[in-house]
Design a protein around this ligand. Structure first.
Ligand code: OS5
Length: 230
């Protein structure tokens, strides 16, 4: 079994690389890919760089070039739901692209012909995450994550995304990773820890909490990997 673990920023995968300890580094298509053997399973780990295009490239590369059979994403997100505070964990049940807009042709936001507004994450890994949360004594909220090529630092935009997609959190990569995995039939799991509230203070909050929230998410994802290795 080969499992891909990806983040968007170096901070999102560095706790994972620290835990793994030793790995082989390969440069491919402008990114570094880290291969390791861990508890009897093969891991391929990378950060994509920020946004939908880079994350699409990385997810597709991990699957098509490195042979990943499952993909887990670890990172941070902006909260939409008022129940989500900095450091809280959210598991995506389904994901959408909030900046995809051909509504001029009568289509709903987030939809293009032959696509879908929402893509569902792997139900088995979501179920497994409940056991992992229990074993860690953590609360993990399930919800909808909306993705777009924008760092949202605006209450109106955040509220619009929340109302339009019924989304609980937002970020810049999960929705595109979901499209890739869905098209290639690869089960995927997207976990995010909250770094900010996508409001006018978002950039300050993000800078302050990126490292600690990324670490929270990475620790949880590694516990998921431990369970997958059992
Ligand atoms: O990957 C991007 C999306 N992430 C989730 C997220 C988010 N997304 C949208 N809106 C929000 N309010 C969100 N909160 C959390 C986080 C990340 C956001 S973009 C951050 C860019 C910060 C940065 N810019 N320059 N550097 C860091 C330094 C740098 C310089 C050179 C090379 C690499 C980094």
């Amino acid at each position: 079994m080969k499992i891909a673990i990806m983040g968007a920023m170096p901070e999102e995968i560095s706790p994972i690389l620290e835990k793994i300890g030793s790995y082989k580094t390969t440069n491919y298509a402008g990114n570094k890919y880290y291969e390791a053997s861990y508890k009897g399973i093969d891991l391929i780990i990378a950060y994509s760089k920020i946004g939908k295009v880079f994350s699409t490239l990385t997810a597709a590369t991990m699957i098509e070039h490195f042979g990943a059979q499952k993909l887990l994403f670890s990172g941070v997100a902006g909260a939409i739901s008022p129940t989500l505070k900095v450091g809280d964990l959210i598991v995506a049940t389904k994901l959408s692209q909030h900046d995809l807009d051909i509504t001029a042709f009568g289509h709903p936001y987030g939809y293009v012909p032959e696509g879908a507004v929402f893509i569902e994450a792997d139900k088995q890994m979501i179920e497994m995450s409940k056991d992992v949360a229990k074993s860690m004594g953590k609360i993990v909220q399930e919800g909808i994550i909306a993705t777009g090529d924008q760092f949202v630092a605006n209450e109106d935009r955040k509220n619009w995304i929340g109302a339009t997609f019924n989304a609980d959190a937002l970020e810049m990569e999960g929705g595109s990773v979901a499209v890739v995995c869905n098209a290639l039939n690869i089960p995927f799991f997207i976990l995010r820890a909250i770094s900010d509230a996508a409001d006018m203070d978002a950039s300050f909050s993000f800078d302050e909490f990126l490292q600690t929230s990324a670490k929270e998410s990475a620790e949880f994802v590694m516990n998921m990997v431990d369970k997958l290795a059992d």
